[in-house]
Design a protein around this ligand. Structure first.
Ligand SMILES: Nc1ncnc2c1ncn2[C@@H]1O[C@H](COP(=O)(O)OP(=O)(O)OP(=O)(O)O)[C@@H](O)[C@H]1O
Ligand SMILES: [Mg+2]
Length: 334
């Protein structure tokens, strides 16, 4: 066991190196040759966007015969590994909106989410420990390595945690109402339940969160989540991006930050330059996809699509979504 601990915690290259590896992997060969680094790459990201131009198609389903699938979330497939303490977290290109998983994915999105989570885990690790072990497949358990082709860039080995069944949502801006998008005087912690698969998460009063997980844990995750948000929002501001709100998940036994962190799936990101309270904001996140679904007639009861075949995102909206996610990555990390 000690050996495993050393393997996972002692010999890990820093998360920063991991990100560099991701960059090389994601953007190569262009990345190596452009002076502007990530910024210059624009839409030429290998694997992100429409598959019309020969990029790899979206990975919406994974299957690794020698690995045991433990759970399939809306976006992530989680596999067991030979280490009882570690999970293989695979970020697919699936996308969900209004709790509906769209039939087609956004090619490369899993890599963008992985790179952003790595970036933020590294940046915020002094505030709270997190579940990240490694994103380098060569350092993962033996049985995982053979799937490197699919896994590199879109997977992480993570420390298995007991998931705290509360989503720690922090909002810095009003979502709707009379003063839509107005900045709040201070960020608000607004927990929601983590619903069972298939059910909707539900906003709850903090008192209800106390009933579910106890006052001590609520106190801890409230203050940690607010600190994480404040730090991240301040950083994003230096990149011309408003972090309007985000959702964190925490695990135990010792409190750690788990899941994904500050991605466009779990956060709302707005360009600061065009921010204007009193209206909805252009954004680098899923709002664009949600708006499209609504314009296509989405309503509750229509989760299976108008023809019962599910929702298929148009090519244009696939590309538009890819562009927004890429923009968030570039702005925040370049
Ligand atoms: N370190 C960890 N240990 C155990 N489970 C984790 C860890 N980090 C994240 N998870 C869980 O793994 C799942 C990730 O999958 P994904 O985000 O796709 O699911 P989801 O559809 O958002 O959520 P859920 O399946 O919980 O409704 C989530 O249920 C998350 O709570
Ligand atoms: Mg999730």
């Amino acid at each position: 066991m000690q050996q495993q601990e050393d393997y996972y915690w002692g010999r890990i290259p820093s998360a920063f190196q991991e990100i560099q590896q991701h960059r090389r992997h994601m953007w190569a060969p262009e990345a190596a040759h452009t002076k502007q680094g990530w910024l210059g790459m624009g839409k030429n990201i290998a694997g992100l966007g429409s598959d019309k131009n020969g990029d790899p198609p979206a990975i919406v389903h994974t299957s690794f015969p020698d690995l045991k699938l433990l759970s399939q979330g809306k976006v992530r497939d989680v596999y067991a590994t030979s280490s009882p303490d570690a999970l293989l977290f695979v970020v697919t290109d699936r996308i969900s909106a209004y709790d509906v998983i769209l039939k087609n994915g956004i090619p490369g999105k899993g890599k963008v989410l992985t790179a952003l989570s790595l970036f933020w885990f590294d940046k915020l690790s002094d505030l709270v420990p997190n579940h990240f072990i490694t994103a380098d497949v060569d350092q993962m358990p033996e049985e995982v390595k053979k799937y490197k082709d699919v896994l590199q860039g879109r997977s992480m080995l993570v420390r298995k945690a007991q998931v705290i069944p509360i989503e720690a949502i922090v909002r810095g801006y009003l979502a709707e109402g009379l003063k839509e998008s107005d900045k709040l005087p201070q960020p608000l912690f607004t927990p929601s339940t983590k619903a069972e698969q298939g059910a909707h998460d539900e906003n709850i009063h903090p008192d209800r969160a106390v009933e579910i997980i106890g006052p001590e844990l609520v106190g801890q995750i409230t203050s940690v989540a607010l600190e994480l948000y404040t730090r991240a929002a301040a950083f994003a501001a230096t990149r011309g991006v408003i972090l309007a709100d985000t959702k964190f998940e925490f695990g135990l036994t010792k409190l750690i930050l788990i899941d994904e962190v500050l991605t466009p799936d779990s956060s709302r990101y707005w360009p600061a330059a065009s921010y204007e309270p009193g209206r909805s904001q252009p954004s680098y996140d899923k709002q664009y996809l949600r708006d499209w679904m609504v314009s296509e007639g989405f309503n509750s009861g229509l989760e299976d699509g108008k023809d019962g075949q599910g929702w298929i995102i148009s090519d244009e909206v696939v590309q538009g979504t890819a562009d927004r996610y890429t923009e968030a990555l570039h702005r925040l990390t370049s």
